[in-house]
Design a protein around this ligand. Structure first.
Ligand SMILES: NC(=O)c1ccc[n+]([C@@H]2O[C@H](COP(=O)([O-])OP(=O)(O)OC[C@H]3O[C@@H](n4cnc5c(N)ncnc54)[C@H](OP(=O)(O)O)[C@@H]3O)[C@@H](O)[C@H]2O)c1
Length: 243
């Protein structure tokens, strides 16, 4: 059995894949999950090529059974969960008057509902890890958009504000059980999600996905007495209210 294991959602590209690479590089056995099987498989193959022990589970985070299934597969494979990264997310911009209900539902389901269900499903094994070594970790990917309102991204920003708050509540509830909870709140990161913005902010000027992988490493390398509730990432000179 692996000495440490992690489960990362939304790990087929961008931030989730970078966190998977960081944790895998540090010896964690991984379950990685995403929606599109081909993209997830090629990301998983890349991790394996780097010598990382990894299984992939295709799941649509809008479907509760799929979400629950990721955790069942993880338990079968590794029998322990030290780090849970609730990272899958989707952002669909629209003026308020043009919000489509299906896009509202999708963002609420993927960004918030699935993260809550995933936390519920992960907690039994995380509690065991917390009791064993006092430093189990839940990382929730929020956004700088959650720190303040965001024109044309109002639903996305609202879901991410809720993620920040849910992370705090989770910490209040399970912190004393050796489970730490941290929200990551980045501005523009160079991933497929920010393709729409690369005309205004060149990719090479954006925060790099590996920066968030390093942040998760940092969270795990501090002592069990050190809890970091939230990390905000901005580009140099960027204002907090402009994601
Ligand atoms: N990039 C940024 O500037 C930025 C800033 C702040 C916060 N974030 C947050 O960071 C997280 C990762 O985003 P990213 O920037 O790394 O973008 P990304 O490369 O597009 O990654 C998004 C991941 O989420 C998965 N996903 C999306 N919808 C899903 C669904 N319905 N079911 C299962 N998986 C789904 C995607 O899988 P498929 O491709 O298979 O759908 C992919 O693996 C998100 O929560 C995002 O909101 C990003």
């Amino acid at each position: 059995m692996a000495e440490r294991a992690a489960l990362i959602t939304g790990a087929s590209s961008g931030i989730g894949l970078a966190i998977a690479r960081a944790l895998g590089g540090d010896g964690y056995a991984l379950t990685v999950s995403a929606r599109r099987p081909g993209k997830l498989e090629s990301a998983t193959e890349g991790l394996r090529t780097d010598g990382i022990e990894v299984q992939s589970v295709t799941a649509n985070m809008t479907d509760e059974e799929d979400v629950v299934g990721i955790f069942a597969r993880h338990r079968e494979a590794y029998g322990r969960l030290d780090v849970l990264v609730n990272n899958a997310g989707v952002g669909i911009g629209a003026p308020l008057e043009e919000i489509q209900t299906k896009h509202l539902d999708m963002q609420l389901e993927v960004n918030l509902r699935a993260l809550i269900i995933g936390t519920r499903e992960g907690l039994p094994l995380l509690r065991e890890a917390g009791a064993e070594h006092g430093k189990a970790l839940i990382v929730n990917t929020a956004s700088i958009a959650g720190k303040g309102g965001q024109a044309w991204l109002s639903i996305y920003a609202a879901t991410k504000a809720a993620v920040l708050n849910f992370t705090q509540s989770t910490h209040h509830e399970v912190g004393s059980a050796g489970i730490q909870c941290t929200a990551l709140a980045p501005g523009f990161v160079d991933t497929p999600m920010t393709e729409f913005a690369k005309g205004q902010v060149p990719a090479e000027e954006m925060i790099q996905p590996a920066d968030l992988g390093e942040a998760v490493r940092f969270l795990l390398r501090t002592s069990r007495n050190c809890h970091v509730p939230e990390i905000v990432f901005t580009r140099p000179g960027e204002r907090l209210d402009t994601p």
